[in-house]
Structure formats: C-alpha cells, structure tokens
Design a protein. Structure first.
Length: 248
C-alpha cells in the first residue's frame, strides 16, 4: 500500500520490549539536547523539543535526565555538540533508505554507515538520491483498546488527520501534515483516547516488494541501523510480509 509502512509499528512494539534501555536513553538525550540547542529550551515554543520530551517520558526517562539534557542544549551545562546528518542509500533489491543521524564525529559515522550498508547487501548513496521517494508526515499510534475504530477515526479526521489505518492488530495508525501532529494529538487526548506515540516520520510514496533472502537481508540492515548509537531514525520503502517482520 503506497504511503504506508509496517516498520514504524514493528519498531515501536520491539522498543517496548527492548532491554537496551541505556541505548534508548542515549538516543533520546541526544535528540533533546539537539532540539534545545536549535530551537531553545521552552517546549511550548519548540515543537521538536516537545516531541522529544514526550518520547522520553513514554520511555520512563527520569525528569532529571530530561532537564539536564535541555540545559546542555541551551548551554546552561557543558556538553557535546552533535551534528545532524541525513544519509541516503539503497538496501537489498533497490529499496530506498534514509537515516537521520546525530553525531559528534561525522567522518567516523559516515564510515560506519557505509560499512553497514555494504555488509547487508546495500550501498550508501549521494545526498538526494532517494529523498524524493519520501514525504514528511506526522505519525500517531493509538491503541485499539482506547476506543472503537469509528470513534477514533472520526475524531482524528475531524481534527485534521490525512490518513487512517486500522490493519494492525494492536494499533490505529494516523498520519497528519507535520505541523498538525500536535494539534491532532491534543484533540484525540481531549476526547479520552490514548496516544502512545506521536512523531514526525518520512513516509514512502512508493514501495518495493521483497521476498525470501532479500527480505531477511533488509530486516537485518534495518536492525543494524536501529542498533547504531548515532542513528536517531531510519526509514525505508520496502514492502515485506508482516508475518516475517513480526518473527524477527
């Protein structure tokens, strides 16, 4: 289905069971620090920081860690400055891949990302080689236990959502314009629905179907990127049977 990818949902489910909490906290702290450095320390005036804080709280990060990360970003506390880099390339079968990275050593990270691509049947490309195949959108996950499909869909569309999917067994998936993400989230919560995740995603506009070996290679590549300390987000336009994704 064009404009829809299962990886975001699968990744969310895996992260809830992920024992590597320290690694998750490291990525969240980098994002909070960078968001505060770029847009200031007030989450009400900085949507990126607000989203990062919400993600940290959802991961049960202590408030003290969040506060210190913001203070490092604003310069109130000393800290590392991270450079934001977007890498683009191709996975097995010609799948388009985009990575958002925060690094304190661009040369090291570039070499490591290139190695991961090569190791898993892909290759690092030039800037702009695949970004045209993605559209920036807000993405929300609402547990199905939160309300009926009709009620959640009506509330989401009324609030300005662009797309609604109910094919996942556990979650409703809602897509919005990037600047409407937090308004839609607030509207859903005001009506009593639980929003388990709200973030900006790069959503593929076309998809590449993978089977068998190439599908397994692609999943290993995605997991290798997710496991890399510097990688904040990874997006790809593959279409793989959901049962294979769930089994990994």
């Amino acid at each position: 289905m064009s404009g829809h990818n299962k990886w975001s949902t699968i990744k969310h489910k895996k992260s809830k069971l992920d024992a590597k909490r320290g690694k998750l906290f490291t990525k969240l702290i980098r994002e909070i620090t960078t968001a505060a450095r770029l847009g200031g320390g007030d989450p009400e005036a900085n949507p990126r920081l607000r989203a990062a804080i919400q993600a940290a709280r959802a991961a049960n990060m202590p408030q003290e860690n969040i506060t210190k990360a913001i203070q490092r970003g604003t310069g109130e506390l000393p800290g590392v400055t991270y450079e934001e880099v977007v890498y683009e390339g191709y996975g097995p079968g010609g799948v388009a891949v985009m990575l958002q990275v925060l690094t304190d050593n661009r040369n090291r990270t570039t070499a490591e990302i290139r190695h991961l691509f090569s190791k898993h049947g892909g290759n690092l490309g030039e800037t702009g080689c695949v970004s045209f195949l993605f559209k920036k959108q807000g993405y929300l996950l609402v547990p199905k236990s939160s309300g009926s499909e009709d009620a959640v869909m009506e509330a989401a569309l009324e609030a300005g959502a662009e797309d609604f999917f109910a094919d996942d067994p556990e979650f409703f998936e809602i897509y919005t314009a990037p600047d409407e993400l937090h308004r839609v989230k607030g509207a859903l919560e005001a009506k009593g629905f639980t929003v388990e995740q709200a973030k900006i995603e790069m959503v593929p506009t076309t998809q590449v179907r993978l089977e068998d070996k190439k599908a397994e290679q692609m999943i290993r590549l995605m997991e290798a990127f997710e496991d890399h300390d510097d990688v904040q987000n990874v997006w790809a336009n593959f279409d793989i049977d959901p049962s294979l994704l769930e089994a990994q």
